[in-house]
Ligand binder design. Structure first.
Ligand code: C2E
Ligand code: MG
Ligand code: MG
Ligand code: MG
Length: 286
């Protein structure tokens, strides 16, 4: 009001814009310290066979525990960290945490399964990306095939041949390679046949009702069959209901990752599920 009287524009931004900028500044100011203080950690979401009887793998998903705020999910900070480059260090941190857990399991002679981590697009064209991941994997002495790197479909589509080369490099270096969120973007089925991937993760959008009843099931079944022909394992993401699960049991889908079996859980809980096998048949865990 004072400023208005003096003829100064009080604020160039609307309130929501201002709040978003302040939030961004706050997250950016505190991210370095947060990493040093151990505020970032990962959960692991199990991937089950369709019967829900065994855990065949897991995906590491990052979280930020902020002292005055509680737990913040990746949707709030990953886009920002992709803009400012901090995602490079955060992804490495998550990967190293996963390797540390795997090493502890191997040392104790306990069962392990492949664990995937998400790799931001920012890594891909950096010459030190693969050497860094290989160094961490070797430092912890992780056998080939236990670490899986997830690249989202959109990264692959942006630069097909460049990314194919990088994926082949990852596989030669002993990583499994997964395509995340397949079907969420612009990929054509034509791309599928050339993908040098071990695993195809079908985006949860596939399960959402389409305007033509029954169509989504036809498409999911087709993609799963085609992936299998091409020697890729399939993971259906975001499976929430017993009805969706019942449908997937009529397909050759290899793995189901979704709330119908388990939410992302702390690593100790993940490894407990791995050892004890199943959540209750068809039960919702919350
Ligand atoms: P994403 O890699 O596709 O991971 C799957 C997301 O779906 C996770 O969200 C998971 O909690 C959620 N989800 C699993 N089952 C269900 C379900 O049944 N229903 C619904 N509605 N959602 C389900 P989250 O943990 O919030 O992660 C969101 C995204 O953030 C991830 O999508 C990934 O793109 C990114 N992200 C997470 N952790 C990392 C990381 O360490 N590095 C990078 N670069 N990105 C990460
Ligand atoms: Mg993922
Ligand atoms: Mg995904
Ligand atoms: Mg997704």
């Amino acid at each position: 009001n004072e400023s208005r009287k003096r003829g100064i524009t009080p604020c160039a931004y609307s309130k929501p814009m201002r709040d978003a900028l302040l939030r961004r500044a706050d997250l950016e100011r505190s991210m370095e310290g947060a990493l040093a203080q151990g505020e970032f950690f990962h959960l692991v979401q199990p991937k089950y066979d369709v019967a829900g009887t065994c855990v065949l793998g897991g995906e590491a998903l990052v979280r930020w525990r902020r002292p005055d705020e509680g737990i913040v999910g990746p949707d709030e900070f990953i886009p920002l960290f992709e803009q400012n480059g901090f995602i490079l260090r955060l992804d490495e941190f998550v990967f190293e945490s996963v390797c540390r857990d795997l090493r502890a399991r191997l040392d104790a002679g306990l069962p392990v399964v492949p664990i995937s981590v998400n790799v931001s697009r920012l890594h891909l064209h950096r010459p030190d990306f693969l050497p860094t991941y290989v160094r961490i994997k070797d430092e912890y002495g992780i056998p080939d095939g236990l670490c899986e790197l997830e690249l989202t479909e959109s990264i692959v589509i942006e630069d097909l041949h460049g990314v194919f080369g990088i994926m082949e490099g990852m596989r030669r270096a002993g990583f499994r390679c997964a395509i995340d969120d397949f079907g969420s973007g612009q990929s054509s089925l034509n791309v599928l046949k050339d993908l040098p991937a071990d695993v195809l993760k079908l985006d949860r959008e596939f399960l959402l009702e389409s305007s033509l009843p029954g169509t989504e099931e036809t498409v999911v079944r087709f993609v799963i069959t085609m992936a299998r022909e091409l020697r890729m394992e399939t993971v259906m993401e975001g499976v929430e209901t017993p009805k969706q699960l019942a449908f997937l049991r009529t397909t050759e889908c290899d793995m189901v990752q979704g709330f119908v079996f388990s939410r992302p859980v702390p690593p100790e809980e993940f490894y407990r599920l791995l050892e004890t096998g199943a959540p209750d048949e068809g039960a919702f865990r919350d």
